[in-house]
Ligand binder design. Structure first.
Ligand SMILES: [Zn+2]
Ligand SMILES: [Zn+2]
Length: 338
């Protein structure tokens, strides 16, 4: 297994595409593809060429989730190679760029901007940004849907889908099984490892709430996914951005703690300023926002407010969240069995 580091600056930046070839050149697979922009495309082509391959040689592509920085190039690689493309069934219609699914997604996103209380100016700035980045999503692909527990045999490896929703509805970690004698790359697999996409990242806390507005109860789902990752006790994982994570259990629990802290911050905002919509809470937490963060900031605030509402700590009235249980135990609300 081998990693091609891409130098893009969009979204979380520095995406990875992983190359699996089993060391024998018989079967070539990619895990994620990078964004559909010229520099990223050139880097991926060069990375493959250094390993003796071109796009046309790719037999299989497994995507961790639908986001354009992971799936952007999938359609054009498939057009050149006829590769089979695997992605979780919840994200599959968006990777396929199914007209109805894309229209429903856009509509739902507009609706939540209203619900979250975005004023006209940031809302039109965001919608303009989203329209401008539409082309980096690249072309749609013919997809083969996978579900939790499914295994795919690709690039001389067996990958098992471990569904970890939150950041997107269909995000999967791909657990690496059955290692061949030679791995064909410099970064061999040792012990129990997985590709994790944006389920956990080494530097950032992956966005929850804004990154996929289809996800219901996003924070609760994400906390469950973090717990699931911690429970697997991986020896090392390969994220969608930047360097491998050598203590994935610790990283998952650190992110959990970060959300616990943020829950406290959200409650402080409501205590100090009274009932507020997600946009107002976001402004207190994150200040002025630009580009995609105009979506991710209030989305993150919403994810926390929504979680607190289901726990009976805040109530939602006329679009504003009001604190009803000032003595709530945050650690118990944002918890895991660890
Ligand atoms: Zn993502
Ligand atoms: Zn990403």
């Amino acid at each position: 297994m081998d990693r091609i580091s891409l130098g893009n600056e969009e979204f979380e930046g520095n995406n990875n595409a992983y190359v699996l070839d089993g060391g024998d050149g018989d079967a070539l697979a990619l895990v994620d593809t990078g964004i559909a922009m010229s520099d990223c495309r050139a880097q991926l082509r060069t990375g493959l060429a250094e390993r003796g391959y071109e796009f046309a040689d790719v037999d299989d592509i497994v995507l961790t989730h639908f986001h354009p920085d992971h799936a952007g190039l999938v359609g054009e690689i498939q057009a050149e190679s006829d590769a089979t493309v695997y992605v979780h069934e919840a994200d599959a219609p968006l990777v396929a760029q199914d007209t109805d699914a894309v229209a429903a997604f856009d509509r739902q996103r507009r609706d939540v901007l209203e619900e979250w209380g975005l004023p006209d100016e940031p809302r039109s700035e965001l919608l303009g940004f989203l329209e401008a980045v539409r082309e980096i999503q690249g072309e749609g692909a013919d997809v083969t849907s996978i579900a939790d527990g499914d295994t795919v045999a690709v690039g001389g490896h067996t990958l098992e889908a471990v569904h970890t929703p939150g950041h997107t509805a269909g995000l999967c970690c791909l657990e690496i099984g059955e290692m061949p004698e030679t791995t064909g790359g410099d970064e061999g697999v040792d012990g129990l490892e997985a590709f994790v996409g944006d389920a956990i990242l080494p530097v950032y806390t992956p966005n929850v709430g804004g990154a996929d507005v289809r996800v219901e109860r996003p924070l609760e789902k994400y906390l469950t996914s973090l717990e699931r990752i911690a429970d697997r006790e991986y020896d090392r994982v390969w994220p969608g951005h930047r360097d491998p994570i050598d203590d994935p259990t610790d990283r998952a629990l650190t992110i959990r703690d970060h959300h616990r802290e943020r829950t406290g911050n959200v409650l402080e905002v409501l205590t100090e300023h009274g009932p507020a919509d997600p946009w107002t809470v976001s402004a207190h937490l994150f200040g002025d926002l630009e580009g995609i963060h105009i979506l991710h900031g209030p989305g993150e605030a919403y994810a926390h407010l929504d979680h607190l509402r289901h726990e009976g700590i805040v109530a939602l009235e006329d679009g504003e969240y009001r604190l009803v249980d000032p003595d709530a135990d945050i650690a118990a609300v944002v918890s895991s069995t660890h």
